[in-house]
Design a protein around this ligand. Structure first.
Ligand SMILES: C[S@@+](CC[C@H](N)C(=O)[O-])C[C@H]1O[C@@H](n2cnc3c(N)ncnc32)[C@H](O)[C@@H]1O
Length: 275
């Protein structure tokens, strides 16, 4: 039986993103922003479409949609992320709000997207239902999550190092499995349960390009939430061993003077039916 306390996990994530916001662009931004094009193509984002970017973070996808001429709203529950997005993209509307209780009327949008947000939610199925509610009939929905850590190497090397040199039994508010929607069937079934049809799920190859092997450990420990909390709970000795192991594993991805880590994403999209 699940022991998830959704309210506790939601608050843990919100506090975590408040802390991570200032590091996120330099940590994961270079890789999460890469998928904005395919994500917007998946919802057929065109000029003057009403588009909602949920869990918009620093606003990469919202800004890319605005550049296509869409009428965009970016929404995030972290005031620090909203401030970051407003600082970066002056012409785009960003507002605070919760993916699990969208502050919009039914039929408000032609397209809703969520880039690497679903895996952070206490109630992802509620967020999918909310996207369905605010879309018009015939509107499009798409989300991305990371591929499993065997493929998304940046996560794989850190999780392996923690298992080998640290402790994994850290008492944190329990949340849904981070890689749940990395399984295409899970993504398809969740979309169908949320009322969507014609779902498509595909893997999009992304590359995390870093100038320093140390950056993976730093990115995960500063620019993330769950694994960052697990790292904070390690002893100084274990943390040093984890950091060394991550650096050694990242060395295998050296390409000239950079490190190129495969970080594929799973892109799922679907349509709200007409009746
Ligand atoms: C991994 S970041 C993704 C940011 C951005 N979409 C990108 O492409 O890089 C996850 C974002 O989800 C936001 N978030 C997490 N849970 C949320 C919720 N319940 N409602 C709204 N935003 C949420 C966080 O504040 C954070 O900005």
């Amino acid at each position: 039986m699940s022991t998830i306390d959704a309210a506790a996990f939601h608050e843990f994530e919100r506090a975590g993103w408040e802390r991570a916001a200032e590091y996120y662009v330099d940590s994961f931004g270079g890789v999460t922003a890469q998928i904005a094009g395919p994500l917007l193509d998946a919802v057929h984002a065109a000029s003057s479409a009403r588009l909602l970017d949920v869990a918009s973070g620093p606003g990469f996808v919202a800004a890319a949609a605005a550049a296509r001429g869409a009428r965009v709203t970016g929404l995030d529950f972290s005031p620090a992320m909203i401030a970051e997005a407003r600082r970066r993209y002056h012409g785009v509307t960003f507002q605070e709000g919760d993916a699990e209780a969208l502050p919009f009327e039914p039929d408000s949008f032609d397209a809703v997207v969520m880039n690497f947000g679903l895996l952070h939610l206490a109630r992802p199925d509620t967020a999918i239902a909310e996207a369905h509610r605010v879309l018009r009939a015939g509107g499009r929905y798409a989300f991305t999550v990371w591929a499993p850590p065997t493929q998304a190497v940046g996560f794989g090397v850190v999780l392996k190092a923690i298992e080998t040199f640290g402790r994994t039994d850290v008492p944190l508010p329990e949340g849904p499995p981070f890689f749940r929607f990395s399984e295409p069937d899970e993504a398809r079934e969740a979309l169908a349960r949320g009322g969507f049809v014609d779902s498509e799920v595909r893997v999009v190859p992304l590359t995390w390009s870093l100038e320093d092997a140390e950056r993976v450990f730093e990115a995960v420990s500063r620019g993330g939430v769950r694994t960052a909390a697990v790292l904070r709970a390690q002893t100084p000795e274990a943390l040093e061993a984890i950091r060394d192991a991550v650096r050694r594993d990242v060395e295998a991805y050296r390409d000239g003077d950079r490190f190129l880590l495969p970080m594929p994403a799973v892109l799922a999209s679907a349509t709200k039916p007409n009746s």
